[in-house]
Design a binder for this molecule. Structure first.
Ligand code: TYD
Ligand code: MG
Length: 452
Protein backbone atom coordinates (compact mmCIF):
# COMPACT_ATOMS: atom_id res chain seq x y z
CA UNK A 1 0.00 0.00 0.00
CA UNK A 2 1.23 3.45 -0.86
CA UNK A 3 2.32 5.56 2.05
CA UNK A 4 -0.31 8.02 3.28
CA UNK A 5 0.60 11.60 2.63
CA UNK A 6 0.14 13.85 5.62
CA UNK A 7 0.63 17.48 6.29
CA UNK A 8 0.03 19.90 9.16
CA UNK A 9 -2.72 22.49 9.22
CA UNK A 10 -3.50 25.25 11.65
CA UNK A 11 -7.11 24.59 12.71
CA UNK A 12 -7.67 28.25 13.30
CA UNK A 13 -6.55 29.91 10.07
CA UNK A 14 -5.86 26.99 7.74
CA UNK A 15 -2.17 27.72 7.19
CA UNK A 16 -0.21 24.68 6.05
CA UNK A 17 3.09 23.45 7.53
CA UNK A 18 5.53 20.72 6.60
CA UNK A 19 6.12 19.81 10.22
CA UNK A 20 4.52 20.35 13.60
CA UNK A 21 5.17 23.48 15.60
CA UNK A 22 3.68 24.93 18.76
CA UNK A 23 2.52 28.27 17.45
CA UNK A 24 1.04 29.14 14.08
CA UNK A 25 3.24 31.79 12.51
CA UNK A 26 0.31 33.13 10.48
CA UNK A 27 -2.38 33.70 13.12
CA UNK A 28 -0.19 33.42 16.25
CA UNK A 29 -2.54 30.90 17.91
CA UNK A 30 -0.94 28.24 20.11
CA UNK A 31 -1.55 24.48 19.85
CA UNK A 32 -3.74 24.71 16.79
CA UNK A 33 -1.52 22.78 14.38
CA UNK A 34 -2.73 19.26 13.72
CA UNK A 35 -1.49 16.56 11.38
CA UNK A 36 -4.01 15.55 8.71
CA UNK A 37 -3.96 12.96 5.96
CA UNK A 38 -4.32 14.89 2.77
CA UNK A 39 -4.81 12.25 0.11
CA UNK A 40 -5.15 8.57 -0.30
CA UNK A 41 -3.72 7.12 -3.51
CA UNK A 42 -7.09 7.18 -5.32
CA UNK A 43 -8.08 10.24 -7.27
CA UNK A 44 -10.98 12.13 -5.79
CA UNK A 45 -14.02 12.93 -7.88
CA UNK A 46 -17.66 13.54 -7.17
CA UNK A 47 -18.89 10.95 -9.64
CA UNK A 48 -18.57 7.20 -9.38
CA UNK A 49 -15.51 6.12 -11.46
CA UNK A 50 -17.53 4.53 -14.31
CA UNK A 51 -19.54 7.62 -15.12
CA UNK A 52 -16.59 9.95 -15.33
CA UNK A 53 -16.02 11.05 -18.89
CA UNK A 54 -13.88 14.13 -18.81
CA UNK A 55 -13.83 16.71 -21.54
CA UNK A 56 -10.73 18.86 -21.68
CA UNK A 57 -11.43 22.58 -21.70
CA UNK A 58 -10.47 24.54 -24.80
CA UNK A 59 -9.79 28.28 -24.95
CA UNK A 60 -12.53 30.39 -26.55
CA UNK A 61 -12.48 33.98 -27.76
CA UNK A 62 -14.34 36.10 -25.25
CA UNK A 63 -16.81 37.29 -27.91
CA UNK A 64 -17.65 33.69 -28.75
CA UNK A 65 -18.55 32.79 -25.19
CA UNK A 66 -22.26 32.57 -24.74
CA UNK A 67 -23.25 34.40 -21.58
CA UNK A 68 -26.88 34.82 -22.51
CA UNK A 69 -27.85 31.66 -20.71
CA UNK A 70 -26.99 33.26 -17.39
CA UNK A 71 -30.49 32.84 -16.17
CA UNK A 72 -30.86 33.08 -12.46
CA UNK A 73 -33.06 30.83 -10.44
CA UNK A 74 -35.68 32.83 -8.62
CA UNK A 75 -35.60 31.82 -4.96
CA UNK A 76 -39.08 33.27 -4.33
CA UNK A 77 -37.67 35.14 -1.39
CA UNK A 78 -37.35 38.83 -2.18
CA UNK A 79 -34.63 39.56 0.35
CA UNK A 80 -32.52 36.53 -0.58
CA UNK A 81 -32.81 37.37 -4.28
CA UNK A 82 -31.78 40.93 -3.64
CA UNK A 83 -28.66 40.00 -1.68
CA UNK A 84 -27.63 37.48 -4.33
CA UNK A 85 -28.09 40.08 -7.05
CA UNK A 86 -31.31 38.75 -8.53
CA UNK A 87 -31.40 35.03 -7.81
CA UNK A 88 -29.11 32.01 -7.70
CA UNK A 89 -26.78 31.51 -10.65
CA UNK A 90 -26.80 27.91 -11.96
CA UNK A 91 -23.60 26.08 -11.12
CA UNK A 92 -22.66 28.52 -8.37
CA UNK A 93 -21.59 27.73 -4.83
CA UNK A 94 -22.99 29.95 -2.11
CA UNK A 95 -21.80 29.85 1.47
CA UNK A 96 -24.09 31.07 4.24
CA UNK A 97 -22.31 31.78 7.51
CA UNK A 98 -23.62 32.88 10.87
CA UNK A 99 -23.60 32.26 14.60
CA UNK A 100 -25.28 29.13 15.95
CA UNK A 101 -29.00 29.61 16.48
CA UNK A 102 -29.26 32.71 14.35
CA UNK A 103 -31.55 30.96 11.85
CA UNK A 104 -29.39 29.67 8.99
CA UNK A 105 -31.13 26.30 8.81
CA UNK A 106 -34.51 27.98 9.15
CA UNK A 107 -33.78 30.39 6.30
CA UNK A 108 -32.58 27.76 3.87
CA UNK A 109 -35.26 25.24 4.77
CA UNK A 110 -37.86 27.92 4.33
CA UNK A 111 -36.48 28.79 0.91
CA UNK A 112 -36.32 25.10 -0.07
CA UNK A 113 -39.96 24.69 0.88
CA UNK A 114 -41.01 27.63 -1.23
CA UNK A 115 -39.08 26.64 -4.36
CA UNK A 116 -41.07 25.15 -7.21
CA UNK A 117 -37.97 23.23 -8.36
CA UNK A 118 -36.80 19.85 -7.18
CA UNK A 119 -34.75 20.70 -4.11
CA UNK A 120 -32.50 18.44 -2.11
CA UNK A 121 -31.86 19.55 1.47
CA UNK A 122 -28.98 17.53 2.92
CA UNK A 123 -28.64 17.75 6.66
CA UNK A 124 -25.82 16.35 8.72
CA UNK A 125 -27.06 18.05 11.85
CA UNK A 126 -30.69 17.15 12.31
CA UNK A 127 -32.79 14.04 11.72
CA UNK A 128 -35.46 13.87 9.02
CA UNK A 129 -38.10 13.95 11.74
CA UNK A 130 -36.71 17.11 13.30
CA UNK A 131 -36.62 18.79 9.91
CA UNK A 132 -40.15 17.69 9.16
CA UNK A 133 -41.33 19.21 12.44
CA UNK A 134 -39.62 22.46 11.63
CA UNK A 135 -40.99 22.42 8.08
CA UNK A 136 -44.49 22.01 9.40
CA UNK A 137 -44.14 25.15 11.45
CA UNK A 138 -42.93 27.08 8.46
CA UNK A 139 -44.92 25.84 5.48
CA UNK A 140 -46.83 22.58 5.72
CA UNK A 141 -47.87 22.40 2.05
CA UNK A 142 -44.89 21.51 -0.09
CA UNK A 143 -44.03 18.65 -2.37
CA UNK A 144 -40.81 19.51 -4.18
CA UNK A 145 -38.39 19.34 -1.31
CA UNK A 146 -36.44 16.18 -0.52
CA UNK A 147 -34.66 15.73 2.79
CA UNK A 148 -31.54 13.59 3.09
CA UNK A 149 -29.70 13.03 6.33
CA UNK A 150 -26.23 11.99 5.30
CA UNK A 151 -22.70 13.20 5.88
CA UNK A 152 -20.60 11.11 3.47
CA UNK A 153 -20.13 13.04 0.24
CA UNK A 154 -19.88 9.87 -1.87
CA UNK A 155 -23.33 8.77 -0.64
CA UNK A 156 -24.75 12.23 -1.15
CA UNK A 157 -23.53 12.27 -4.76
CA UNK A 158 -25.03 8.82 -5.33
CA UNK A 159 -28.41 10.14 -4.20
CA UNK A 160 -27.97 13.26 -6.29
CA UNK A 161 -27.25 11.21 -9.39
CA UNK A 162 -30.46 9.26 -8.81
CA UNK A 163 -32.65 12.21 -7.89
CA UNK A 164 -31.20 14.87 -10.21
CA UNK A 165 -32.27 17.85 -8.11
CA UNK A 166 -32.34 21.41 -9.48
CA UNK A 167 -30.75 22.82 -6.36
CA UNK A 168 -28.79 21.30 -3.48
CA UNK A 169 -28.57 22.67 0.05
CA UNK A 170 -25.98 21.36 2.50
CA UNK A 171 -26.40 21.89 6.24
CA UNK A 172 -23.51 22.19 7.10
CA UNK A 173 -20.15 21.95 5.34
CA UNK A 174 -18.44 21.18 8.68
CA UNK A 175 -20.40 17.93 9.05
CA UNK A 176 -19.50 16.53 5.62
CA UNK A 177 -17.00 13.75 5.26
CA UNK A 178 -15.26 12.52 2.14
CA UNK A 179 -13.79 9.02 1.96
CA UNK A 180 -10.86 10.30 -0.06
CA UNK A 181 -9.50 12.06 2.98
CA UNK A 182 -8.85 10.29 6.26
CA UNK A 183 -9.06 13.12 8.74
CA UNK A 184 -12.21 13.76 10.75
CA UNK A 185 -15.21 15.89 9.71
CA UNK A 186 -14.77 19.57 10.24
CA UNK A 187 -10.99 19.46 9.84
CA UNK A 188 -9.35 21.80 7.37
CA UNK A 189 -8.49 19.16 4.80
CA UNK A 190 -11.99 17.60 4.97
CA UNK A 191 -13.68 20.95 4.46
CA UNK A 192 -11.38 21.72 1.56
CA UNK A 193 -11.91 18.35 -0.09
CA UNK A 194 -15.70 18.31 0.35
CA UNK A 195 -16.00 21.83 -1.00
CA UNK A 196 -13.80 20.97 -3.97
CA UNK A 197 -16.00 17.96 -4.78
CA UNK A 198 -19.13 20.10 -4.51
CA UNK A 199 -17.63 22.76 -6.76
CA UNK A 200 -16.78 20.15 -9.36
CA UNK A 201 -20.31 18.79 -9.14
CA UNK A 202 -21.91 22.24 -9.35
CA UNK A 203 -19.84 23.37 -12.32
CA UNK A 204 -20.24 20.14 -14.29
CA UNK A 205 -23.99 19.86 -13.85
CA UNK A 206 -24.85 23.58 -13.56
CA UNK A 207 -26.69 22.81 -10.32
CA UNK A 208 -26.48 25.56 -7.72
CA UNK A 209 -25.28 24.46 -4.29
CA UNK A 210 -25.84 26.41 -1.07
CA UNK A 211 -23.67 25.53 1.92
CA UNK A 212 -24.19 26.45 5.54
CA UNK A 213 -20.99 27.25 7.38
CA UNK A 214 -20.45 27.70 11.10
CA UNK A 215 -18.53 30.65 12.34
CA UNK A 216 -15.89 30.75 15.03
CA UNK A 217 -16.10 32.89 18.13
CA UNK A 218 -14.36 35.80 16.43
CA UNK A 219 -16.89 35.84 13.62
CA UNK A 220 -14.98 34.10 10.83
CA UNK A 221 -16.35 31.13 9.00
CA UNK A 222 -14.89 28.07 10.72
CA UNK A 223 -12.41 26.35 8.50
CA UNK A 224 -9.79 27.67 6.20
CA UNK A 225 -9.99 31.15 4.76
CA UNK A 226 -9.53 29.26 1.51
CA UNK A 227 -13.15 28.11 1.76
CA UNK A 228 -14.26 31.69 1.22
CA UNK A 229 -11.98 31.90 -1.82
CA UNK A 230 -13.31 28.70 -3.29
CA UNK A 231 -17.00 29.56 -3.29
CA UNK A 232 -18.65 32.16 -5.54
CA UNK A 233 -20.70 33.94 -2.93
CA UNK A 234 -20.28 34.36 0.81
CA UNK A 235 -23.36 35.46 2.71
CA UNK A 236 -23.43 36.34 6.36
CA UNK A 237 -26.54 36.03 8.50
CA UNK A 238 -26.31 38.24 11.54
CA UNK A 239 -28.33 39.88 14.25
CA UNK A 240 -28.83 39.87 17.96
CA UNK A 241 -30.32 36.59 19.08
CA UNK A 242 -32.43 38.34 21.67
CA UNK A 243 -34.01 40.53 19.05
CA UNK A 244 -36.21 39.50 16.19
CA UNK A 245 -34.35 41.19 13.35
CA UNK A 246 -31.84 39.32 11.21
CA UNK A 247 -29.69 40.87 8.55
CA UNK A 248 -28.40 38.99 5.53
CA UNK A 249 -25.49 40.53 3.69
CA UNK A 250 -23.06 39.46 1.01
CA UNK A 251 -19.36 39.61 1.88
CA UNK A 252 -18.33 38.36 -1.48
CA UNK A 253 -20.40 37.99 -4.62
CA UNK A 254 -18.99 37.00 -7.99
CA UNK A 255 -22.34 37.68 -9.64
CA UNK A 256 -23.54 40.88 -8.03
CA UNK A 257 -22.90 43.71 -5.66
CA UNK A 258 -21.95 43.27 -2.01
CA UNK A 259 -23.83 46.38 -0.98
CA UNK A 260 -27.24 44.83 -0.85
CA UNK A 261 -28.84 43.81 2.38
CA UNK A 262 -31.78 41.63 3.33
CA UNK A 263 -33.77 42.06 6.51
CA UNK A 264 -35.88 39.37 8.15
CA UNK A 265 -37.93 39.12 11.26
CA UNK A 266 -37.85 35.83 13.22
CA UNK A 267 -41.35 34.72 14.03
CA UNK A 268 -42.95 31.61 15.45
CA UNK A 269 -43.51 30.35 11.93
CA UNK A 270 -40.11 31.05 10.45
CA UNK A 271 -38.49 34.15 9.04
CA UNK A 272 -40.60 36.89 7.57
CA UNK A 273 -39.21 39.21 4.92
CA UNK A 274 -39.15 42.81 6.04
CA UNK A 275 -39.50 44.89 2.93
CA UNK A 276 -39.98 48.19 4.66
CA UNK A 277 -37.65 48.09 7.67
CA UNK A 278 -37.73 51.76 8.58
CA UNK A 279 -41.35 51.60 9.60
CA UNK A 280 -40.70 48.86 12.09
CA UNK A 281 -37.51 50.22 13.55
CA UNK A 282 -39.06 53.46 14.66
CA UNK A 283 -41.26 53.07 17.68
CA UNK A 284 -44.54 54.81 17.11
CA UNK A 285 -45.10 56.59 20.37
CA UNK A 286 -47.72 59.21 20.85
CA UNK A 287 -45.82 61.28 23.35
CA UNK A 288 -42.45 62.80 22.72
CA UNK A 289 -39.78 61.50 25.09
CA UNK A 290 -36.47 63.09 25.86
CA UNK A 291 -33.38 61.20 24.77
CA UNK A 292 -34.83 59.83 21.53
CA UNK A 293 -33.61 60.87 18.11
CA UNK A 294 -34.04 59.37 14.67
CA UNK A 295 -31.16 58.89 12.26
CA UNK A 296 -31.46 58.47 8.51
CA UNK A 297 -28.79 55.83 7.96
CA UNK A 298 -27.84 53.58 5.08
CA UNK A 299 -27.29 49.86 5.49
CA UNK A 300 -25.57 48.78 2.34
CA UNK A 301 -27.63 50.36 -0.42
CA UNK A 302 -30.82 50.65 1.60
CA UNK A 303 -31.90 53.70 3.52
CA UNK A 304 -32.93 52.82 7.03
CA UNK A 305 -34.44 55.09 9.65
CA UNK A 306 -33.13 54.08 13.05
CA UNK A 307 -34.05 55.26 16.51
CA UNK A 308 -31.25 56.23 18.89
CA UNK A 309 -31.96 56.39 22.60
CA UNK A 310 -29.71 58.05 25.13
CA UNK A 311 -29.91 58.29 28.88
CA UNK A 312 -27.72 60.83 30.62
CA UNK A 313 -27.80 60.84 34.40
CA UNK A 314 -25.60 62.00 37.26
CA UNK A 315 -22.99 59.35 38.01
CA UNK A 316 -23.75 57.38 41.15
CA UNK A 317 -20.25 56.00 41.50
CA UNK A 318 -17.00 57.90 41.24
CA UNK A 319 -16.23 56.87 37.69
CA UNK A 320 -18.99 57.70 35.24
CA UNK A 321 -20.19 54.83 33.11
CA UNK A 322 -20.44 54.94 29.36
CA UNK A 323 -22.08 52.16 27.53
CA UNK A 324 -23.31 51.75 23.99
CA UNK A 325 -25.40 48.99 22.43
CA UNK A 326 -25.32 48.79 18.66
CA UNK A 327 -22.87 51.68 18.44
CA UNK A 328 -19.11 51.87 18.79
CA UNK A 329 -18.27 52.78 22.41
CA UNK A 330 -15.06 54.58 21.39
CA UNK A 331 -17.02 56.74 19.00
CA UNK A 332 -19.48 57.55 21.79
CA UNK A 333 -16.60 58.73 23.97
CA UNK A 334 -15.31 60.84 21.12
CA UNK A 335 -18.70 62.48 20.59
CA UNK A 336 -18.99 63.18 24.33
CA UNK A 337 -15.57 64.82 24.28
CA UNK A 338 -16.63 66.96 21.32
CA UNK A 339 -19.79 68.02 23.14
CA UNK A 340 -17.78 68.92 26.23
CA UNK A 341 -15.05 70.82 24.44
CA UNK A 342 -16.95 72.47 21.58
CA UNK A 343 -20.39 73.04 23.01
CA UNK A 344 -19.56 73.50 26.66
CA UNK A 345 -21.62 70.66 28.10
CA UNK A 346 -20.35 69.23 31.37
CA UNK A 347 -20.85 65.56 30.68
CA UNK A 348 -17.64 64.41 32.38
CA UNK A 349 -19.42 63.53 35.63
CA UNK A 350 -22.46 61.94 34.01
CA UNK A 351 -23.33 58.38 33.15
CA UNK A 352 -24.20 58.06 29.48
CA UNK A 353 -26.04 55.05 28.07
CA UNK A 354 -26.77 54.74 24.39
CA UNK A 355 -28.94 52.21 22.64
CA UNK A 356 -29.78 51.63 19.01
CA UNK A 357 -33.24 50.09 18.97
CA UNK A 358 -34.04 46.85 17.17
CA UNK A 359 -30.75 45.13 18.06
CA UNK A 360 -29.08 46.50 14.97
CA UNK A 361 -25.42 47.36 14.83
CA UNK A 362 -24.76 50.59 13.00
CA UNK A 363 -21.42 51.70 11.64
CA UNK A 364 -22.67 54.36 9.29
CA UNK A 365 -21.02 57.63 10.45
CA UNK A 366 -24.18 59.53 9.49
CA UNK A 367 -25.72 58.40 12.76
CA UNK A 368 -23.39 60.74 14.73
CA UNK A 369 -25.69 63.72 14.63
CA UNK A 370 -28.65 61.72 15.92
CA UNK A 371 -26.45 60.36 18.73
CA UNK A 372 -25.41 63.87 19.71
CA UNK A 373 -29.01 65.10 19.51
CA UNK A 374 -30.29 62.26 21.69
CA UNK A 375 -27.59 62.90 24.30
CA UNK A 376 -28.37 66.62 24.39
CA UNK A 377 -32.07 65.90 24.58
CA UNK A 378 -31.64 63.54 27.52
CA UNK A 379 -29.18 65.83 29.28
CA UNK A 380 -31.52 68.82 29.07
CA UNK A 381 -34.61 66.64 29.49
CA UNK A 382 -36.19 68.27 26.47
CA UNK A 383 -37.91 66.02 23.97
CA UNK A 384 -37.17 66.40 20.29
CA UNK A 385 -40.07 66.73 17.93
CA UNK A 386 -41.22 63.36 16.67
CA UNK A 387 -41.03 64.26 13.01
CA UNK A 388 -37.42 65.46 12.99
CA UNK A 389 -34.49 63.31 11.87
CA UNK A 390 -30.75 63.62 11.38
CA UNK A 391 -28.09 62.52 8.89
CA UNK A 392 -24.57 63.86 9.34
CA UNK A 393 -21.18 62.94 10.72
CA UNK A 394 -19.65 64.94 13.58
CA UNK A 395 -15.95 65.80 13.33
CA UNK A 396 -13.45 66.33 16.13
CA UNK A 397 -13.66 70.08 15.98
CA UNK A 398 -17.44 69.98 16.24
CA UNK A 399 -17.97 70.48 12.53
CA UNK A 400 -20.94 68.77 10.89
CA UNK A 401 -19.56 66.76 8.03
CA UNK A 402 -21.31 65.66 4.84
CA UNK A 403 -22.35 62.05 4.31
CA UNK A 404 -22.67 59.95 1.19
CA UNK A 405 -25.91 59.59 -0.73
CA UNK A 406 -27.71 62.22 1.31
CA UNK A 407 -30.50 62.53 -1.26
CA UNK A 408 -31.52 58.93 -0.76
CA UNK A 409 -31.75 59.52 2.99
CA UNK A 410 -33.81 62.66 2.53
CA UNK A 411 -36.24 60.86 0.24
CA UNK A 412 -36.67 58.01 2.71
CA UNK A 413 -37.34 60.49 5.53
CA UNK A 414 -39.84 62.28 3.35
CA UNK A 415 -41.54 59.02 2.41
CA UNK A 416 -42.00 58.16 6.07
CA UNK A 417 -43.58 61.48 6.86
CA UNK A 418 -40.76 63.37 8.58
CA UNK A 419 -41.14 67.11 8.35
CA UNK A 420 -37.52 68.17 9.00
CA UNK A 421 -34.11 66.63 8.41
CA UNK A 422 -30.83 68.06 9.67
CA UNK A 423 -27.88 67.56 7.34
CA UNK A 424 -24.48 69.12 6.83
CA UNK A 425 -24.22 72.45 5.06
CA UNK A 426 -21.40 70.96 3.00
CA UNK A 427 -23.59 68.28 1.43
CA UNK A 428 -24.39 69.09 -2.16
CA UNK A 429 -28.10 68.48 -2.48
CA UNK A 430 -29.56 68.52 -5.95
CA UNK A 431 -33.11 67.65 -4.90
CA UNK A 432 -35.69 70.12 -6.08
CA UNK A 433 -39.12 68.79 -5.32
CA UNK A 434 -39.19 67.82 -1.69
CA UNK A 435 -41.86 68.67 0.79
CA UNK A 436 -39.48 68.01 3.66
CA UNK A 437 -37.71 70.91 5.33
CA UNK A 438 -33.94 70.46 4.91
CA UNK A 439 -31.99 72.20 7.66
CA UNK A 440 -28.35 72.82 6.81
CA UNK A 441 -25.98 73.17 9.73
CA UNK A 442 -22.21 73.49 9.84
CA UNK A 443 -21.17 73.17 13.47
CA UNK A 444 -22.42 71.54 16.62
CA UNK A 445 -23.39 74.87 18.18
CA UNK A 446 -26.02 75.29 15.43
CA UNK A 447 -27.72 72.12 16.60
CA UNK A 448 -27.57 73.18 20.26
CA UNK A 449 -29.19 76.48 19.34
CA UNK A 450 -32.09 74.71 17.68
CA UNK A 451 -32.72 72.01 20.25
CA UNK A 452 -32.09 73.42 23.66
P1 TYD B 1 -31.73 27.62 13.35
O1 TYD B 1 -32.20 27.82 11.97
O2 TYD B 1 -31.74 26.24 13.90
O3 TYD B 1 -30.30 28.25 13.55
P2 TYD B 1 -28.89 27.83 12.95
O4 TYD B 1 -29.12 26.84 11.87
O5 TYD B 1 -28.33 29.13 12.44
O6 TYD B 1 -28.09 27.31 14.08
O7 TYD B 1 -32.61 28.61 14.23
C1 TYD B 1 -32.91 28.30 15.50
C2 TYD B 1 -33.63 29.41 16.21
O8 TYD B 1 -34.70 29.96 15.49
C3 TYD B 1 -34.20 28.82 17.45
O9 TYD B 1 -33.65 29.50 18.54
C4 TYD B 1 -35.67 28.97 17.34
C5 TYD B 1 -35.87 29.99 16.29
N1 TYD B 1 -37.04 29.74 15.44
C6 TYD B 1 -38.15 30.55 15.55
O10 TYD B 1 -38.18 31.50 16.33
N2 TYD B 1 -39.23 30.32 14.73
C7 TYD B 1 -39.25 29.28 13.84
O11 TYD B 1 -40.24 29.10 13.11
C8 TYD B 1 -38.11 28.44 13.76
C9 TYD B 1 -38.08 27.29 12.80
C10 TYD B 1 -37.04 28.71 14.57
MG1 MG C 1 -28.59 24.82 11.87
Amino acid sequence: MAKLKTTFFCQSCGNQYAKWQGQCTACKEWNTIVEEVIQTPEKSDWKSPTSAVKKAAVPLKIKDIDASNEIRLNTFDGEFNRVLGGGIVPGSLTLLGGEPGIGKSTLLLQISLKLPYKTLYVSGEESQKQIKMRAERINPSTNNCYILTETKTQNIFKQIEALEPDIVIIDSIQTLHSDYIESSSGSISQIKECTAELIKFAKETATPVVLIGHITKDGNIAGPKILEHMVDTVLQFEGDRNHVFRILRAHKNRFGSTNELGIYEMQGSGLREVSNPSEILISKKDEELSGNAIAATLEGMRPLMIEVQALVSTAVYGTPQRSATGFNAKRLNMLLAVLEKRAGFRLGAKDVFLNITGGINVDDPAIDLAVVASILSSNEDVALQKDVCFAAEVGLSGEIRPVQRVEQRILEAEKLGFSTIYVSKYNKIALKTTSINIQLISKIEDLVGVLV
